[in-house]
Design a protein around this ligand. Structure first.
Ligand code: BGC
Length: 814
């Protein structure tokens, strides 16, 4: 897909619409309505545009857990080094978007991993600009090729969560151009991305949403971007400066700065009406591209099906297969002392251990989606080893707060009231009342597949949160007996009943921090519950006042404490042929809104891994986290696998990789450091007095480790497989007749698979400047190719390097 020029008739339609709209109608299109929609202009047949997060699935407009395919996170995608596969992932995402009636997917996230402590590292692809750019182009082309827009984010330098809404990234021009902007540039110039989201933070003192150099100068001026620029949610800070800098759309609604205020600014002469026209032109152009203007699909894509507001929960085997392949190709085998793959015929017993060995975790924040399935990893392992005994031990717990109840233990209460086993799958039934006191019959009902539910503005179309009450019901069957800790926090007043008895009374809530600042503190109790018995759970939530805007609840439940769970896990490892330990992190440690405190695995996980390895050297360690972690034990482990946050296909993909049905073929897209002191931004991050200086300059990631001689735990680009490769020669020739221009170079690498099975290798090509006139990294990734080669066969990788591969930013020529 190239730059998406619109056909002349659509441009003509846009011109006619602009001509026909009043100033107020045009201004209304510069701000959202609620979280995910734009207003329509019904009079002129302009429909309501719908946007959705993104980027690891498509959530739709519900914050109560409508299901969609939960895809691997950005780090897993980054580790694939496979642009063709990421293109297919983009197509799957577009299909997901269509199923949710979504026109604009809020992704990909292409900020560069500057510090591994950043809370959103898992959403990004890499510490390298070229790898990020190539994958971003593939992702955007995949999505947009199906007629759904991408909104690439966060432009620019949203590289930490500490003070994310205000901090100023202080970055010199060369560092911006060589490291932090190339992925955005490639997405604009090569993939023709249709929308860009500005970052929360400031860049060199000015909020990104009102940064004229960035939006008007670089994005529109230099890169010729003709699409839509929207703010991050609540990231608009002014009317006139933001409007003049080039921001087109304030999200979400109701508007704080644009819409009516922008119309007023035109009326008093601070903004010219042509500025508003331009913004609306960008929006209408986007609507034309996704096929909702004039009812015609943009280029024969799937957009024709998008216009409906109805959301479907489609569980598609084809998309699931793509997701699983991304996990397999994005899982990095860091080390393997002849332990993997396991031979199913020889393994008699396996101990599957660890806080993440049940349902694999994901990162938190806006990228979270509710999966179709919550597959338990130890069950996926047991299925593949029918002749072996497979035991599961938690070992230790890593919850920062009382964990949200395991929804797979809760069945949708399909009838009113009393217990029994649910027939509607896992989750809760939700009843909406059109009064604040649960009077009469509910006016609407639906099913929620989450235990953390939020309603902003309205709880149901036409029913304001302030005028409603909501009852949530499920049948809870504990998997273990004993003293469970139950907890409830809410936006609004709430109570929780178990078998009809009020066990938590949060009707006079204390102010907490969740639910966009409208939440209460968590109220906790302890209750004896029996394993296998079904209890009715009911939570009522209602507004605190007659103008209350947000309702929400989080129902928490922690299994009874087991005094010797650590020792039991170690004993199980000792008794088994093989131990598999799944450690890592979760949404309470890695999320937007906060950074990680350090590189360590939360809780007693390091101790657990060390004790298990000591008890049984045949231990596979799996790291289910979204960013690099400290792993002093790495050399002692039998094998180490890193799938990152792999999404809902992760459990089966990993089980397949353990027994060799699939080969992990990921390569690190970030360096695994030994200690935080070794990382490039150490000393600069997190900044002070509202500023974070990018003092490492262009020496980000491996550029730092190489040039400064700092030994990483595992280097960028590293990753093993289940076969061996022999590099049989490298030829470098001047390219001819290629698109890449006169200075292009073609590198051909011959590769032999010397092992006994087919496998994948990533050929990586780096360049180094000889006698550079400014300090340059020892090596810079210039190109790569991923090849699949049969056992005993040979193949060639051909990597084209264009001028840009050898260039650096030179202030004097700009
Ligand atoms: C995030 C964005 C996201 C938006 C909408 C913000 O908090 O930074 O990435 O798209 O919310 O959910």
């Amino acid at each position: 897909m190239t730059r998406s020029a619109l056909d002349p008739s659509t441009e003509a339609t846009i011109a006619e619409l602009l001509e026909a709209m009043t100033l107020d109608e045009k201004a209304s299109l510069t701000a959202g309505v609620g979280l995910w929609y734009l207003p329509p202009v019904a009079r002129l047949g302009v429909p309501a545009l719908k946007v959705s997060d993104g980027p690891s699935g498509v959530r739709g407009d519900s914050l109560i857990g409508r299901r969609s395919l939960s895809l691997p996170c950005g780090m897993t995608i980054g580790s694939t080094w496979n642009t063709a596969l990421v293109g297919r992932l983009g197509e799957a995402l577009a299909a997901e978007a269509v199923s949710k009636g979504v026109h604009v997917l809020l992704g990909p996230t292409v900020c560069i991993v500057r510090t591994p402590l950043a809370g959103r590292t898992f959403e990004s692809y890499s510490e390298d600009p070229l790898l990020t750019a190539r994958l971003a182009v593939a992702y955007v082309e995949g999505v947009q090729g199906q007629g759904v827009a991408c909104c690439i984010k966060h432009f620019a330098c949203n590289d930490q969560e500490f003070e994310r809404m205000t901090i100023s990234a202080e970055v010199d021009e060369r560092t911006l151009r060589e490291i932090h902007l190339p992925a955005f540039e490639a997405a604009v110039k090569e993939a023709g991305v249709w929308a860009v989201m500005t970052a929360y933070n400031r860049l060199n003192g000015t909020y990104c949403g009102e940064q004229p150099d960035l939006i008007a100068g670089v994005l529109r001026g230099e890169w010729d971007f003709d699409g839509l620029v929207m703010s991050d949610w609540f990231g608009t800070h002014s009317t006139v400066p933001a409007a003049l800098a080039g921001l087109d759309l304030e999200m979400p609604g109701p508007a704080a700065w644009f819409a009516d205020k922008l119309a007023d600014a035109v009326r008093v002469g601070s903004v010219d009406e042509t500025v508003v026209d331009e913004k609306v032109r960008h929006l209408l152009r986007l609507m034309g591209r996704v096929g909702i203007l004039g009812g015609e699909p943009a280029d024969g894509g799937a957009a024709g099906g998008v216009a409906s507001g109805a959301e479907r929960e489609e569980d598609s085997p084809e998309r699931r297969a793509v997701a699983r392949q991304v996990v397999i190709e994005g899982t990095v085998l860091l080390s393997n002392h002849a332990l993997l793959p396991l031979d199913p015929a020889a393994v008699r017993s396996v101990a599957v251990i660890g806080p993440n060995a049940g349902v694999l975790e994901a990162g938190g924040g806006s990228s979270e989606v509710t999966p179709h399935r919550r597959r338990r990893f130890f069950e996926a392992v047991a299925e593949r080893l029918p002749g072996a005994s497979v035991v599961h031990e938690v070992g230790c717990r890593i919850d920062k707060e009382l964990p949200t109840i395991d929804v797979s233990l809760v069945a949708v209460a399909s009838g009113a009231g009393s217990g029994g086993s649910g027939s509607g799958g896992s989750g809760f039934s939700v009843e909406y009342f059109d009064n604040t006191g649960f009077e009469g019959e509910p006016v609407a009902t639906e099913v929620a597949h989450l235990a953390r539910l939020t309603w902003v503005g309205q709880v149901w179309p036409g029913l304001a949160a302030a005028d409603a009450s909501v009852r949530v019901k499920g049948w809870f069957t504990p998997d273990v007996g004993g003293a469970w800790r139950l907890g409830l926090e809410s936006a609004g007043r709430s109570v929780c009943r178990v078998n009809g008895e009020v066990v938590i009374d949060n009707s006079d809530p204390q102010r907490g921090s969740g639910f966009y600042g409208a939440g209460s503190t968590l109220v906790e109790v302890e209750r004896e519950l029996a394993a296998g018995r079904t209890y009715t759970l009911e939570v009522d939530v209602w507004p605190r006042s007659s103008s209350w805007p947000v309702l929400g609840l989080r129902l928490a439940a922690d299994r009874p404490a087991v005094a010797d769970e650590f020792e039991r896990a170690v004993a199980a490892a000792r008794a088994a042929d093989v131990a598999v330990v799944v450690v890592g992190s979760n949404r309470t440690w890695e999320s937007e809104g906060f950074d990680r405190p350090d590189l360590s695995l939360p809780g007693r996980q390091r101790e657990l891994v060390e004790a298990v390895i000591e008890a049984n050297p045949r231990t596979v360690v799996i790291i289910n986290a979204g960013s690099p972690v400290e792993m002093a034990w790495a050399d002692a482990a039998g094998a180490v696998l890193v799938p990152w946050y792999p999404g809902e296909e992760g459990a089966d993909a990993l089980a397949d990789m353990l027994i060799g049905v699939a080969e992990p073929s990921g390569r690190l897209s970030v360096t695994m450091p030994r200690a935080i002191e070794d990382t490039p931004a150490f000393g600069w991050y997190p900044g002070a007095e509202g500023k974070v200086v990018y003092g490492e300059g262009v020496f980000v990631g491996y550029r730092h480790y190489d040039s400064r001689d700092v030994a990483p735990r595992f280097p960028f680009g590293h990753g093993l497989g289940y076969t061996t490769f022999d590099y049989r020669g490298v030829e470098v020739e001047a390219g001819s007749g290629s698109e890449s221009g006169s200075g292009s170079v073609r590198v051909r690498v011959a590769l032999g698979n010397t092992g006994g099975r087919a496998g994948r290798e990533v050929v990586q090509c780096y360049v180094r400047a000889l006698d550079p006139v400014v300090p340059r990294p020892d090596r810079e990734l210039a190109g790569f190719a991923k090849l699949e080669v049969g056992a005993g066969e040979e193949a060639s990788a051909v990597i084209e390097l264009n001028d840009a591969a050898f260039s650096r930013w030179d202030e004097t020529t700009h």
